[in-house]
Design a protein around this ligand. Structure first.
Ligand SMILES: O=C(O)CCC(=O)C(=O)O
Ligand SMILES: [Fe+2]
Length: 213
């Protein structure tokens, strides 16, 4: 295989286009489909102020609800989310190795948030800061291409860099970029390859280390 190109967007923030093979994307879509059904079904997360997120989210390992991780999904059906599978941890370590070009044996993600975007869904600028660990976030995308806005650690606004994340792309943010604001201002409907098993929309999976036990 041709080695993937690696783009450093900011220190510790790396974009690797086309990192997942089509087979890996298919496998991920299948797994996400199962997780979306339960034990805690995929849902539009309700924010404390009453707002509803336009993306739909399902978690594995730990359940995220704004703004903490819990064992049980109190805001959905009170059940425990699916276990974080070993194969996903292996994929996370491989991803980190590709992005940073050094071994990642000690990287042990214990939660994944899976977001589904339809053509209208967006995600506002935010920091991933509910984890009690400074380990990197590994992000994998399948389906429609989006604009991923990667900003700075100080403000929601400029400076930021807009990156197009397409199906199979890997994005890692850690180190000095771990707490950078980021968001998804736009998804381009109809740009994904149905061969992934996803006929419309965009799937994004982020793995994280919660630092909880
Ligand atoms: O969909 C994406 O690419 C980013 C998702 C994200 O930032 C999150 O789940 O915290
Ligand atoms: Fe995020």
């Amino acid at each position: 295989m041709i080695p993937s190109q690696i783009w450093e967007i900011a220190p510790g923030a790396v974009h690797v286009p086309g990192w997942l093979t089509l087979d890996e994307q298919r496998h991920l879509v299948q797994a996400c489909r199962e997780w979306a059904r339960g034990p805690v079904p995929i849902r539009h997360t309700v924010l404390p102020g009453g707002g509803v997120m336009s993306v739909q989210t399902v978690c594995v390992g730990w359940h995220w609800q704004p703004y903490r991780y819990t064992r049980l999904a109190h805001d959905v059906n009170g059940r425990k989310v699916a276990d974080f599978p070993d194969w996903l941890g292996d994929l996370g370590r491989r991803a980190l190795e590709s992005a940073y070009d050094h071994p990642a044996d000690s990287y042990e993600p214990d939660t994944a948030l899976i977001n589904f975007y339809d053509g209208q869904a967006r995600m506002g600028m935010h920091q991933d800061k509910d984890e009690k660990s400074d380990a990197p976030v590994v992000s994998l995308s399948v389906g429609d291409t989006c604009v991923f806005r990667f900003g700075n650690t100080q403000t929601r606004g400029k400076p930021y860099t807009d990156v197009e994340l397409a199906s199979g792309d890997l994005f890692v943010f850690g180190g000095p970029s771990r707490l950078a604001y980021h968001g998804v201002p736009k998804v381009y409907p109809g740009t994904g390859d149905p061969a992934t098993g996803l006929t419309s929309g965009r799937l994004n999976l982020t793995m994280r280390v919660t630092g909880l036990r």
